[in-house]
Design a protein around this ligand. Sequence first.
Ligand SMILES: [Zn+2]
Length: 100
Amino acid sequence: MVSKNLRKEIALQRIYRLFEVAEQEFGENPGRSKRYVELARRLSSRNKAPIPVELKKRFCKKCGSFLVRGKNAGWRDLGELVEIECRECGFSFKKGKGVK
Ligand SMILES: [Zn+2]
């Protein structure tokens, strides 16, 4: 049990790290950012480590693009929720605001 939790914990840290790098790379190379999102999602499913809500707002679950508010993503405040629109493929989704 301990090792399972540890594995999940490590996967989660790597997921956070991948999103950090995706953010840094976005200006120069959005295609690479997309690739990092793909890796993070794969890590998540392989290790049964759900992607944290705040990171789920950072990519489009339809086309997998890394989303940057005001650049390739629209962001509409709906009170409790935000509606995020992916300008790469036009898909939009809603998420709770949470802490961030
Ligand atoms: Zn999309």
